[in-house]
Design a protein around this ligand. Structure first.
Ligand SMILES: [Zn+2]
Length: 287
């Protein structure tokens, strides 16, 4: 059985939304809609094709979860090779479930990889500098990709349930508008691999936050109650609503059909593995 056959696709239509591309043992997921933009390079890592061991096996992209940094660096080298981008000009987020978005400048190239990060609490990154690749981290939370083909600017944001309820998608678009003049109707967007509704059980206190932020007409699509007093929450739908309300055109939005928790052999899942695990990463760069 190949690694690809292990994927339990969650399809939203007749054919998978996301493509699985590979080079040697390395597998990476890509959105066809973003891939049409030849001036950018993007991808979402899998666990396949890295050199890390144990609970980090094998493509761990986090330097901060206890893995051997030399192995993580080799994993980055392999991802940079897949992406056709320069590893030494990647810029890493510092995620703490905020809605802080950082403008990545030339000076930030390599921060988190070859230079220390001199910032904290950054869950979103934007840039318009060719050669820089933005990198954010995941193990069930939702990656949001933003590509503005008019201004040749990009954004990449981490949107867990807290980020989602605080409309990280809208916040990122606002930062791109203020910095680059980006208009939401031009932007091509993707909601990346993350936890699906049937895997994401939450308590009433989380649902209350969503009830405060989202109009009652959406509630039926966003969550349902169960006999144990808990709820199943749909972060894909919630982020879709956030993006459409912020002005993204439906035909320019591609939504994941792959769940991290349903595929924990293939993708890291916090809900399956807890803290003893590696991290996946989303990559988005300007060629
Ligand atoms: Zn799932």
């Amino acid at each position: 059985m190949t690694e690809q056959q292990k994927i339990n696709w969650k399809r939203s239509g007749d054919s998978p939304v996301i493509q699985d591309i590979s080079k040697g043992a390395v597998h990476m997921l890509q959105f066809p809609l973003l891939e049409q933009q030849s001036w950018i390079s993007h991808g979402f890592s899998t666990r396949m094709g890295g050199v890390s061991e144990g609970c980090y096996a094998s493509m761990n992209l986090s330097f901060t979860k206890g893995d051997d940094p030399e192995k993580v660096r080799e994993n980055y080298r392999r991802m940079a090779d897949m992406l056709g981008m320069d590893m030494e000009r990647m810029t890493l987020s510092f995620q703490t479930h905020t809605t802080n978005v950082r403008l990545v400048t030339e000076e930030d190239a390599g921060k988190g990889i070859v230079k220390e990060r001199d910032y904290t609490d950054v869950d979103g990154l934007i840039t318009n500098i060719p050669g820089i690749t933005l990198v954010t981290f995941y193990a069930d939370c939702v990656p949001l990709y933003f590509v503005d083909p008019v201004h040749h600017a990009i954004g990449l944001s981490h949107s867990g349930w807290r980020g989602t309820v605080h409309r990280m998608g809208r916040v990122t678009l606002k930062a791109m508008k203020e910095t680059f003049g980006t208009k939401p109707e031009d932007v091509i967007c993707a909601i990346g691999p993350s936890i699906c509704q049937s895997c994401f059980e939450v308590g009433g206190e989380v649902v209350e936050e969503f009830q405060k932020e989202f109009a009652p007409s959406y509630w039926k699509e966003l969550f349902y109650a169960k006999e144990n007093g808990k709820y199943q929450l749909d972060l894909w739908k919630a982020n879709e609503i956030v993006l459409l309300e912020a002005g993204i055109q439906k035909e320019k939005l591609q939504i994941t059909d792959i769940c991290t928790r349903c595929n924990s052999e293939y993708l890291f899942s916090h809900r399956i593995m807890g803290n003893e695990r590696g991290n996946l990463a989303a990559f988005l760069g300007i060629r």
